[in-house]
Design a protein around this ligand. Structure first.
Ligand SMILES: Nc1ncnc2c1ncn2[C@@H]1O[C@H](COP(=O)(O)OP(=O)(O)OP(=O)(O)O)[C@@H](O)[C@H]1O
Ligand SMILES: [Mg+2]
Length: 483
C-alpha cells in the first residue's frame, strides 16, 4: 500500500514549520524504512550516493525499532553522516506501514557531520567542512518540538490510511456468509454436510451471530430450496397465539376463530421451518413439537383430526439447551430430537480477523448512493476491531449503517464517525497462557463444586482427582477452603 502526503493539511503545515524554523525536510518511507525520495533535501542531495545507501540503513533500523517496541512517538538519532533524523511510525492494523521522518540538519556541533562525511563518503576535509557549515543546525533544545511535529504528521498519514481489507482465501458455495476466520471455516465445512442431509439441525449461538443466516443457507442450498422457508420466533408470542400460529386452528376453536386457519407447519409443508429461540417454548408446546418431530403429525387447535406434514426443522437458541434439560426447563426427549446435528456459531469476538471484511461487506450492502461507497479509513477500522461486539454481527451491521448515514456524501468513513460507545469497551488485553489455564481450571472446579453443592469428595471424584489435590488447587486459585 503506497503511503502519501497528498491532500493532508496537517502534513503541509508540519512541512512548512520544519522548513521555515529549522530548514529540515519531511520524508515518508515504506514499512521497511525504504522507498523514500533520497534527493528530497539539499544537504542529502549533496552527499547522496553512498550516503543514500547508509541513510537507508538508518531508516530501516528505525522501522525495525518501531515494529518491535511500543513507541508511537517520534525518536531522534544521528545518521551515518552525523545528521539528525527524527522519525515516527505510521501504524496500520498489523504493525508499522511506514515512517514519517525529518532530516537535513545536524546538531550544534558540526564536527560529527564533518567526520561522518569523511568516513562514510570519503569527502575531503574541505568538502566535508563546507557541507557541514551549509547544513542547518538543529539545537538539542528544539528536538522535543520537532519530535511533536513529526509525530503529528505521522498520525495524520495514519488517519488517512485506507483500511486494508484482506481478500478471502477461502472459497465456498455459501457466498452470503462472509468470513475467513478458522471458526467460520469449521461452520462452513459442517454446513456442506448438513445441506446434503434431511436431519433436524440445532443452531446455537449468541444473539446476532448469524443463526438465521445459517438456517437460510441450509434451506436454500439444499434439496428443499424451491419449497417454502418459514420462520417463527418462539418467544415473541404468548402461548395460545404461538400454538395457533404454529399448528393453526379450526373454526370455533376460540372466540374470534370464525374459520379454519392453517398453521405455519402446513405453510412450510415440503420446505423448512426455522424455529427461532426454541428454548422459550412452553412445556405444553414442547410436547406438540415433539410429536411433529416423531410422527410428522399435529392437531390444529380445537381440532380432532391429526394433520400430516413433511417439514425439515431447524431450531435456534442462544440459550444452552443441554443445561436447560438438566434444570428441567426443556424436555430431554425433545432435546435429543432437535440436537441431531448441532452447529455452534462463534461470537464475533472469536473471529476478530473477519471484522474488516464484514465491515466492508456491510458498507457495500447498505450503500444506496449513485457513486462508489465511501472508503473505510484505517483509524475507523482500528476502533471497530478493538471493540468487543456483545451484539455480534448484527451490532456491527447496525454500526456500519449508522456510519453511512453520518458520512452523508463524504468519501471516507473516519474514526470520528464511529459511535463513542465503542471507545468505552475495548477488547480485554491478551491473556497469558498461564492465566488462561488458571481461568479454565477455576471454572472446572467451580462447576464441579456447584454440581455437588459444595461437597468436595464428590466434586473431586467428578474431576478425577484426589480430595487433597482439589483442596490444594482451590487454595492456590483463591477459591476458598470449603468445609
Ligand atoms: N457471516 C456473515 N456474513 C454476512 N452477514 C452476516 C453474517 N452473519 C450474520 N450476518 C448478518 O448479520 C445480521 C444478523 O444475523 P442473524 O439475524 O442471522 O443473526 P441471529 O443470530 O439470528 O441474531 P438474533 O439472535 O439477534 O436473532 C443479519 O443481517 C445477517 O445477514
Ligand atoms: Mg435470529
Amino acid at each position: 500500500m503506497a503511503l502519501t502526503f497528498d491532500g493532508l493539511a496537517e502534513v503541509a503545515m508540519a512541512r512548512d514549520l520544519l522548513r521555515r524554523w529549522w530548514g529540515l525536510e519531511l520524508g515518508l518511507t515504506d514499512a521497511k524504512g525504504g522507498g523514500y525520495d533520497r534527493t528530497s533535501h539539499a544537504t542529502c542531495e549533496s552527499v547522496r550516493g553512498v550516503a543514500g545507501a547508509a541513510c537507508a540503513k538508518e531508516l530501516s533500523d528505525l522501522a525495525a525499532h518501531f515494529s518491535k517496541s511500543k513507541d508511537r512517538v517520534a525518536v531522534s538519532r544521528n545518521c551515518h553522516a552525523g545528521m539528525s533524523i527524527v522519525a515516527a511510525p505510521v501504524m496500520g492494523l498489523h504493525g508499522v506501514v511506514g515512517l514519517v521522518f525529518a532530516t537535513g540538519g545536524h546538531d550544534t556541533d558540526a564536527t560529527a557531520m564533518e567526520q561522518g562525511l569523511i568516513k562514510t563518503i570519503g569527502s575531503t576535509a574541505d568538502e566535508a567542512r563546507a557541507l557541514a557549515t551549509a547544513a542547518p543546525v538543529v539545537p538539542d533544545a528544539d528536538l522535543p518540538k520537532i519530535r511533536d511535529i513529526v509525530t503529528a504528521a505521522a498520525a495524520a498519514v495514519e488517519r488517512a490510511l485506507p483500511a486494508e481489507i484482506p481478500p478471502t482465501a477461502f472459497s465456498h458455495p455459501f457466498s452470503e456468509m462472509v468470513g475467513d476466520a478458522p471458526a467460520v471455516r469449521d461452520v462452513v465445512k459442517l454446513l456442506a454436510k448438513v445441506v446434503k442431509s434431511e436431519a433436524t439441525v440445532l443452531v446455537h449461538g449468541e444473539s446476532g451471530t448469524g443463526k438465521e443466516l445459517i438456517a437460510r443457507a441450509i434451506h436454500y442450498h439444499g434439496s428443499r430450496a424451491k419449497k417454502p422457508f418459514v420462520v417463527q420466533n418462539c418467544s415473541a408470542f404468548n402461548d395460545n397465539l404461538l400454538e395457533s400460529a404454529l399448528f393453526g386452528h379450526v373454526r370455533g376453536a376460540f372466540t374470534g376463530a370464525v374459520k379454519d386457519q392453517p398453521g405455519l407447519f402446513q405453510v412450510a409443508d415440503g420446505g423448512t421451518f426455522f424455529l427461532d429461540e426454541i428454548g422459550d417454548m412452553s412445556a405444553a408446546l414442547q410436547v406438540k413439537l415433539l410429536r411433529v418431530l416423531q410422527e410428522g403429525t399435529f392437531t390444529p387447535v380445537g381440532g380432532t383430526k391429526p394433520v400430516k406434514v413433511d417439514v425439515r426443522i431447524i431450531a435456534a437458541s442462544h440459550k444452552d439447551l443441554a443445561a436447560m434439560v438438566q434444570h428441567k426447563q426443556f424436555r430431554e426427549d425433545l432435546f435429543y430430537r432437535v440436537n441431531v446435528l448441532k452447529i455452534t456459531v462463534p461470537p464475533l469476538r472469536e473471529r476478530v480477523s473477519d471484522i474488516p471484511r464484514l465491515a466492508a461487506h456491510f458498507v457495500t450492502k447498505h450503500w444506496r448512493g449513485p457513486t462508489p461507497p465511501p472508503r473505510l479509513s484505517q483509524s475507523a477500522l482500528a476502533r471497530l476491531v478493538a471493540y468487543q461486539w456483545p451484539g455480534n454481527i448484527r451490532e456491527l451491521e447496525n454500526e456500519m449503517e449508522r456510519m453511512l448515514v453520518l458520512a452523508g456524501d463524504a468519501t471516507e468513513l473516519t474514526a470520528s464517525m464511529v459511535s463513542s460507545r465503542l471507545a468505552g469497551m475495548v477488547a480485554a488485553p491478551p491473556k497469558t497462557l498461564r492465566d488462561a489455564i488458571a481461568t479454565s481450571e477455576a471454572d472446572a472446579l467451580v462447576a464441579a463444586l456447584g454440581r455437588h453443592l459444595g461437597e468436595r469428595d464428590g466434586a473431586a471424584a467428578d474431576l478425577g482427582i484426589s480430595r487433597s489435590y482439589l483442596d490444594a488447587r482451590c487454595a492456590a486459585l483463591g477459591l476458598g477452603t470449603g468445609g
